[in-house]
Design a protein around this ligand. Sequence first.
Ligand code: COA
Ligand code: NAP
Length: 269
Amino acid sequence: MTSSSPFDFSGRHVFVAGGSTGINFGIAQAFARSGALLSLISRSTDRVESAAAQLVTGGAQAIGLPADVRTPEAVEAAIAAAANHFGPIDVLVSGAAGNFLAKALDMSPRGFKTVVDIDLLGSFNVLRMAHQHLRKPGSCVIQISASQASVATPYQVHVSAAKAGIDMLTRGLALEWGADGIRINSVIPGPIQDTEGLRRLAPTQETRDAMARRVPLQRLGRIEDVSRVCLMLASDWGSYITGAVIPVDGGLFLTGPRDFTAAAEAARR
Ligand code: COA
Ligand code: NAP
């Protein structure tokens, strides 16, 4: 990557909430390969420290800090420690999430609340606590949402409620924080292969094949399909995009509600 590349993030601080595995870790890796300094948080000390160590082994500067996004004080402390270490945050990725397949009547109030707490309240905590450490002007916030936010989906009402809230946070904060020079967008990954999220929603090869056939582009997504869009959004090429909700899903959002009955039965077996 030459220094004239719009995707050179040398010396820029990228903070990824939920960054120890899967899509979010793939996003962290993509920024690390482009020269960024990475701060990661997630619940498990082992997972987040080993993710940061993997980035360091790849030649990046990175730290991994344990923090549960449901605990505002822990989030605040981790963000302050990261800003103290690497300076103001240039790119904030908020992607911590939890999911399981369950009909509303098979879910306790605590089950519903758990997902809303992690996804929606957790995102608020991350964005709210990060605000004072975001570079102003010039920072970019990326929320990792899901198609369930806008497509009503059986077995996923908890996720739909939480992710819909995340997309409205994106839109509202684009208005509140635009004058500070902070851009904020949601990215909606489609079904991404080799991820925990897909394992939960399509636990068998048969259900994954059926999912791929539903995608207009006729394939599952790859983590780099998502990470490349995040790099573009954070770069100067994305400098006039804010408040947007961007599907990166091979056109799946055009196809309407999905039926997770077979997947839920397979998960129970
Ligand atoms: N069906 C119905 N309810 C479920 C459930 C399922 N498959 N899985 C969990 N729950 C309920 C639990 O029963 C519990 O409610 P209860 O106390 O009334 O019984 C509630 O959810 C909390 O479960 P718990 O295991 O204590 O939560 P946690 O905070 O330890 O874990 C989860 C959160 C449940 C979301 C867990 O799956 C997780 O950690 N996920 C992270 C990874 C992930 O989901 N990746 C994909 C991202 S898209
Ligand atoms: P994943 O690997 O399970 O990633 C979730 C991450 O969040 C993990 O690193 C986890 O680490 C962390 N996390 C969970 N709860 C947390 C909490 N309370 N506090 C802090 N960190 C927490 O799943 P994934 O499939 O890659 O999903 C990543 C994102 O993409 C999610 O936002 C998901 O909704 C979205 N998405 C995924 C797909 C897909 O096909 N996979 C499709 C659409 C949207 P710890 O366990 O260490 O906390």
